[in-house]
Design a binder for this molecule. Structure first.
Ligand SMILES: *[C@@H]1O[C@H](CO)[C@@H](O)[C@H](O)[C@H]1NC(C)=O
Ligand SMILES: [Ca+2]
Ligand SMILES: [Ca+2]
Length: 307
C-alpha cells in the first residue's frame, strides 16, 4: 500500500514543481541559460499545466519529437528525430534521421536512470535503450523490444490470482486520490479543464469520500460498492491522459508506458494486470477494456467523459 502513496507523492511533486520552475525562469532568466541546451536524450522539462502523469510521457514515447528552439543555418537544427535517432546531413545537405550510436548517449548518473527492456536486459539509460532499438528496426526482435520498466532488470515475483484481484482496488483508489490532489492544487494553474474540475469537484465535496491513506482491501472493496460513482470519472480520466499519441481511443504499449513503467518495479502484478486488460489480445487497450479492468460497468463507459 505504501508504494502507491509514494508514487502519488512523486506525481504530485511534479505538479508542484512545474510552476515553481517556471517562476524561477521568469525571475532569473540568466541563471537558467546554461541548462537550455536541448538534445533528444534530455528529459523534457515539465510544462506548466501539464498533467503529472503526462509529464512523463516524453520519456517513453518513441514517436514524440523533441522541439529544438535554435534555428540556424545547420539544416539539422530544425529537423526533429524520434527517440533513438539523431539528425545527419547527406551530401546534398539534406537532413535525415539516422540511428544514434548508443555509445554517444550521455552516461547514466545513477542506477535510477537504468531501464529494463522487454528482453530483460538492463540498459544504462533510456537513450541507450532507444538507440539500441533503432538499430534493430525492421527486424522481428526490434519490433518486439519495448521499454519495460524503470530501473535495472530485477527478479519480479509471479503475480498470484488473489494478488491480481487486489490490484485494481488499490489502483482505483489511487487514481481518485491523484485527481483530488490535482484539484486541490489547481487553484491557479490549469492542470484540469473546467469540465474536469466540475466532475472532480463533485468527488471532492462528497462527504462520504474515502480520504487518502492506507486502507484495508475490505474497506476499499466496500467503498467501491457504496461510492461506485466516484470512481467512474477517475478511471475515464486516466485513459484520456494516456491516450494522446495519437488520441484515437486505442492505448498502445508506448502510450501505457508512463503509467506502467514506473509501477512495475514496485507492484509485481502490473504486467499481468495490463495484459489481462487487453481482453481480446490485439495489443491495444480500448476504453471498454480499460473500464472493465477497473470494474466499471459497461453501461457507464462514456467516451464523452474523457474530454
Ligand atoms: C531478469 O533478469 C534479472 C536480473 O538479471 C533476473 O533476476 C530475473 O530472473 C530475470 N527474469 C526473467 C524472467 O528471466
Ligand atoms: Ca492512442
Ligand atoms: Ca484489445
Amino acid at each position: 500500500m505504501r508504494v502507491w502513496i509514494v508514487f502519488l507523492l512523486c506525481l504530485a511533486g511534479h505538479a508542484m514543481a512545474a510552476p515553481t520552475e517556471d517562476e524561477l525562469i521568469v525571475e532569473e532568466p540568466v541563471t537558467e541559460e546554461p541548462v537550455v541546451e536541448v538534445s533528444p536524450d534530455v528529459h523534457p522539462e515539465p510544462e506548466v499545466g501539464a498533467n503529472p502523469v503526462q509529464v512523463e510521457v516524453g520519456e517513453f514515447d518513441e514517436a514524440i519529437e523533441v522541439i529544438d528552439d535554435d534555428v540556424a543555418e545547420n539544416p539539422c537544427l530544425n529537423h526533429h528525430c524520434k527517440k533513438g535517432k539523431v539528425c545527419e546531413v547527406d551530401e546534398s545537405n539534406t537532413p535525415m534521421c539516422v540511428c544514434q550510436d548508443p555509445s554517444t548517449c550521455p552516461a547514466a548518473e545513477g542506477e535510477f536512470e537504468h531501464v529494463c527492456g522487454t528482453d530483460n536486459k538492463t540498459y544504462d539509460t533510456s537513450c541507450h535503450f532507444f538507440a539500441t532499438k533503432c538499430t534493430l528496426e525492421g527486424t522481428k526482435k526490434g519490433h518486439k523490444l519495448h521499454l519495460d520498466y524503470i530501473g535495472p532488470c530485477k527478479f519480479i515475483e509471479d503475480c498470484l490470482d488473489n494478488e491480481l484481484n487486489e490490484f485494481p482496488l488499490r489502483m482505483r483508489d489511487w487514481l481518485k486520490n491523484v485527481l483530488v490532489t490535482l484539484y486541490e492544487r489547481d487553484q491557479d494553474n490549469n492542470l484540469l479543464t473546467e469540465k474536469q474540475k466540475l466532475r472532480v469537484k463533485k468527488i471532492y465535496e462528497n462527504e462520504k469520500r474515502l480520504q487518502a491513506g492506507e486502507h484495508s482491501l475490505d474497506l476499499l472493496a466496500h467503498d467501491f460498492e457504496k461510492n461506485y460513482n466516484m470512481y467512474v470519472f477517475p478511471v475515464h480520466w486516466q485513459f484520456g491522459q494516456l491516450d494522446q499519441h495519437p488520441a484515437d481511443g486505442y492505448l498502445t504499449h508506448t502510450e501505457l508506458a508512463p503509467l506502467r513503467a514506473p509501477l512495475i518495479p514496485m507492484e509485481h502484478c502490473t504486467t499481468r494486470f495490463f495484459e489481462k486488460c487487453d481482453a481480446d489480445n490485439d495489443k491495444y487497450i480500448v476504453l471498454e477494456e480499460w473500464a472493465a479492468c477497473f470494474g466499471i460497468k459497461e453501461q457507464d463507459v462514456d467516451k464523452d467523459l474523457i474530454i
